[in-house]
Structures are given as C-alpha cells and as structure tokens.
Design a protein. Structure first.
Length: 604
C-alpha cells in the first residue's frame, strides 16, 4: 500500500514537521507490516497547482493525506478536487488546524475527501493505516486487523450510501448524500513516544529545521489555538539533549523551536539553554518563542553569557493596553516585559523579535499607536506589526458578534474592522506596517532613523507620515531597489527638516555602507569623500602593519581594497553627530551576528 503525506509550505526554506512526525511514528509501529510504504512530498504555495497535481499523480498513492493550514487551504481545496478526477480510487484524508475545528463543514464542502484527522495526528494516522491495510487484507482473503472507522478517535469521516466508507469513489460520482460521522477527539499523547525525524539531514539541506520539545500552552489567549487541548506536555530531556547534539554535530544553521511558550517551565528551559551553551559549535542558532516576564534571574544570567547569535528570542507583546490584555485573556505584565527586554538588550548578544497584533478588542487607532511607541522604545531587532487572524475554533471567533469583528472570508481570515477600529484605520495601519518592514526591520537604517524620528512626536507618528508620503508620491505600487529606499527617505527628510539634510545624507551613507560593499557609489551619497592619495596611503600601510584588518594576512593591498570600504564624514556619525572630520573603515568579512552590519573602525 502506497501512502503519501503531502505538505504545501509557505516557502521553499520551510519544512513541515507534522508530516515527518506522522511518518516516523507510523513506521516505528509498522516495522513488521509488509507492503506498506509511506513517503512525503513537500511543495510550496508558489508552485502551480498543475505541477503539484502532476507530481501526486505520478506517485500513484493508494492513500493521500494532506496537511492543512491557513496559508495553504485554498491550494489544498483546488488540488483535492482535481486529484479525485485523475485518481478516482485514492483514499483521501485531510488534517491540520485549518480543518480540525470545522471538520464536518470541510467534508460537506469537499465531497472528494474521505475524512479529516482532528488535532494531534500521530496515533490517528497509524490507526487509519491499519484500518485500510486490514480491509485490503480481508478483501484478499488474507485475514486482517485494525479498527473500524467508527472506532478510531480523532476523526470525522464519511459513511457512504453502502455503509462504511472504504475510501473509493465510483468515477463521476460525488458523495453529497453520504452521512458524515464525527468521532470524539483523541486524548493527547506522550510527546516522548514520537521518534526523532531528522536522521537523514540531506533532505533538509537549505531548510529551516523545526523542533518540538513541548506541546500545548499554559495560557488561554483568545486569538490562539495552542491552549485548546489544555494539556501541556514535555519531551523527555534525555531525548532532547541527544537530538540537540545531533543538530550541533551536523552544524545546522538554525533550529527553530515550535514550543508555544518555551520558558513556561523553568527547569526545562534551563536544561536546554545550559546544554546548547556548553556544547555550542559556534555556528548553530536556536530560535525560541518566550514570555519575557517569566524569565528569572538565573535564566537572565545564563543568557548574558551566551555567544552572540547562539539564541534569538521571539516575544509576543500583542498590546500594551491593559483593557485589551484582560479581554484577550492574556497573562502579560508589560512593565516587567519592558524591564527584561531592556536588560537583555544591554547584553548586546541576543536578537529579540517583538510582536504586536492590530485589530484586538478595545484597541483603536490611537491606542495601537501607543502600544507601538511603547514597544518601539524597547529597540528590539525586529518589531512585527501583525493583524489579527480569526482562527476557527478560537474564543475570538466565538466573540466576533460582540466585537463587531469583520474579517476576510478567505484564509488567513484577517481582520478588516472591529467596533474600535474602522476599515479606514486598518488600511492606515497596513501602510505603517510596510514602512516598518522596509525601514526598521530591514536593519538598514539603524543610524538614520533615530536621528530623523526626533523631529516627530514619536515613532508611530513618523512611520504614519512616511506611509502618507509614499501614498502621496505614488510610491506604494512600485518595487524599489535598495538604493532607491535611501533616496526616498532622504527626499522625505528634505520636506521635514531641510536645514539638517546634510546630516541625514551622511547618516544614510553610513547605514548603506554598513550593510553593502558597493563599488558603484549611490547617487544620494554625493561625490567621493576619500581622496585617492589617502586611500592608497592607508592600504599601503595596512598591508604592512595589519593595524585594523586582523585575519586578512593572506591578502595584498589590492584585495584589501576590494574586501573593505573607506568613507569620510564631516560629522562624528558613530557618536553624537558633532562636526569634525571622521574616516571610517568598513570590514565586510566580520559582521555582527545580530544585525549583519560590517565591523567598522575609525582610522587615524
């Protein structure tokens, strides 16, 4: 029996941990079952559906199971309709959060589908395989085992007009008249029973590695599904350490923990952080989603001594409006979050990514602006301005009438308006989101932005006016080159504060060369400021003395010039912007692991 687990990811660099976990768990139990072959096919939403359909058809599965999320459900629906036409006898099941909470409606809308696996799928998937293998064995008079569909927990399935579904559909016959049966949800399982899925690293080359050391969440945020099962479980620490060492031995670039609140259990978090610090290979980065206000002194001291770039932290603030925080059932003390984030920032070794959500109850445009300024003041490496997604099965969906919550009918069900936020303000926030992505989260304007924002009432007001400038100049519909973004910001600064335009020009030049070793000088930077004589003298001397460029011993002065950049400024751009000649050397072989800026030296 050929079984295909299909995943349609948002990007090529993503991998789908769910299908690999299902495969590993089932194969562990099916070692002695003959003629069952489970394979995985990963696609992306950027592929043509015809291409995906063609590949599935060529694989000729007897059973096809597709993983469903908000980012791929539209593709899944199109594919299953066509798959049924070209593979009329295939057993077709769906699973994942996008179909778990309205499984009956999914089957009503998609008569091509035999059933839906709800919630955790490892044990359910195994029992389904045994069911279909058993039925085939009985049909071939070889005996067989396996539960009936009515006995399998965690599924919603289609009972056809002839009785129990066998996963086959006569050609040309849709099953609109079939009865839909919804079985009870399956109790959650022991996470340590799932085998490690990354034994063959070749298939994950150039992919982000996702890892799970816990399931569930201790909190009950109304917009989230992670706490629905109300059962938080942890993988055995002995297994976790062996698996982390596997990643370290293979020098994986990044491991992204999918634990919803990684540090909710102090001993668990400490054990993992101590292990990766003690066994650091100098390469692998670990990403954790945490609650900052839960970090204690022991954890903070450990974090303080980590290699820059060893870990990065994602912190969901969502809002700083106390009324909003209470309404969404979130446990978060912003004053404590702010204190902790500032302290971690002072270490200079940790990338912090803070999140806000627009469209939450009791959060209007002005209130969101305050939340934005509160979080911006913490100066995280990334500030993610997201928009509420009204997920099926969430408490937020139940309250949509109370909140006058209007959202898109199509995935990802993003908010359009609320009782507090009209659609026109949602659009304004969309424009601000784009400006934040381009000018803050890119980390390409780290010196220019702080100086420029001083001319506004606050960061939110700055990005608001910058967004309006883009609209007014018809710049929103164009894909701009990197250098053009600098030109646009300089033109914007000219309108606001022309008296200090030269300061902004030089700060933009600094920001540009911190990120890019460009041999073609950008127009906004003006003419060359470093004379040929000064450059020649510097590189002649550096070739002999190596005063600044340590580690370049194998390169002559001609190579040194290509691998670095000299730039002169008439302000002390790295310090207080006082007037005075300043010549900087940009070293592109040595970049910050946090923001990827070149190392920079002020030369004599």
């Amino acid at each position: 029996m050929e079984i295909l687990l299909a995943a349609i990811n948002a990007k090529y660099i993503h991998s789908n941990l769910a299908v690999y976990s299902l495969k590993a768990y089932a194969e562990e139990s099916l070692k002695n079952v003959e003629d069952v072959n489970i394979s995985i096919a990963e696609y992306t939403i950027n592929q043509q559906t015809d291409e995906i359909l063609r590949d599935i058809y060529k694989r000729k599965p007897d059973m096809l199971c597709i993983s469903c999320y908000i980012w791929n459900i539209a593709y899944v629906k199109e594919i299953v309709r066509e798959v049924r036409k070209v593979l009329p006898g295939v057993i077709l099941w769906l699973g994942g959060p996008e179909v778990s909470y309205d499984s009956c409606e999914t089957l009503r809308c998609l008569p091509e589908v035999d059933g839906v696996m709800k919630g955790e799928g490892e044990e359910t998937f195994l029992e389904l395989i045994l069911h279909y293998v058993g039925r085939r064995c009985l049909a071939d008079s070889h005996g067989g085992s396996g539960k009936s569909l009515a006995e399998i927990a965690g599924i919603t399935w289609r009972r056809d007009r002839g009785g129990q579904s066998d996963g086959t559909v006569p050609e040309g016959m849709l099953r609109d008249g079939d009865a839909i049966e919804e079985n009870p949800w399956r109790p959650v399982m022991d996470l340590s029973r799932i085998p490690f899925v990354y034994e063959d690293m070749d298939i994950f080359e150039n992919k982000i590695i996702y890892y799970e050391s816990s399931r569930g969440c201790p909190f009950s945020c109304s917009y989230c599904l992670s706490s629905v099962d109300k059962c938080l479980r942890f993988r055995d620490m002995g297994l976790v350490k062996r698996e982390l060492q596997f990643f370290l031995d293979h020098k994986v670039p990044q491991v992204k923990f999918v634990d919803r609140t990684f540090n909710c259990k102090h001993d668990h978090a400490m054990a993992i952080w101590i292990y990766i610090q003690e066994h650091d290979n100098g390469i692998t980065n670990f990403h954790f989603e945490i609650s900052a206000d839960l970090l204690n002194e022991e954890e903070l001291e450990l974090i303080r001594h980590m290699r820059p770039g060893l870990i990065q932290l994602e912190i969901g603030v969502q809002s700083t409006n106390p009324e909003t925080i209470r309404e969404i059932r979130r446990t978060m003390r912003f004053e404590e979050v702010a204190r902790i984030v500032k302290r971690i920032n002072s270490y200079g070794n940790i990338h912090q990514h803070l999140d806000l959500i627009a469209g939450l109850p009791y959060e209007d445009y002005e209130s969101f602006g305050k939340s934005f300024d509160d979080v911006y003041a913490l100066q995280p490496e990334q500030l993610q301005l997201g928009f509420l997604k009204v997920l099926k099965g969430s408490y937020m969906e139940e309250q949509k009438a109370c909140y006058d919550l209007v959202y898109k009918s199509a995935p990802p069900y993003e908010v359009l308006s609320t009782k507090w936020l009209p659609y026109k303000d949602t659009l304004r926030l969309k424009g601000i989101e784009e400006m934040v992505e381009v000018y803050y989260n890119s980390r390409q304007f780290c010196y220019t932005l702080p100086r420029l924002i001083q001319k506004w009432a606050g960061p939110f007001a700055f990005f608001e006016e910058l967004s309006e400038y883009y609209e007014r100049k018809n710049l929103t519909q164009t894909s701009h080159a990197r250098a053009a973004r600098y030109e646009i910001l300089l033109s914007f600064a000219r309108e606001k504060d022309e008296a200090h335009l030269e300061e902004y020009r030089q700060l933009l030049t600094l920001d540009f060369y911190l990120r890019e070793n460009a041999k073609n000088r950008p127009d906004f930077a003006g003419g060359e400021r470093v004379s040929k004589e000064l450059a020649r003298e510097f590189y002649d001397r550096e070739e002999k003395e190596r005063k600044y460029l340590q580690g370049y011993e194998g390169y002559d002065k001609r190579k040194l010039r290509k691998m670095t950049h000299l730039e002169a400024f008439s302000y002390h751009v790295l310090e207080d912007m006082r007037e005075g000649e300043c010549v900087l050397l940009f070293d592109y072989q040595n970049r910050s692991p946090l923001n990827h800026q070149a190392a920079v030296f002020c030369i004599e």
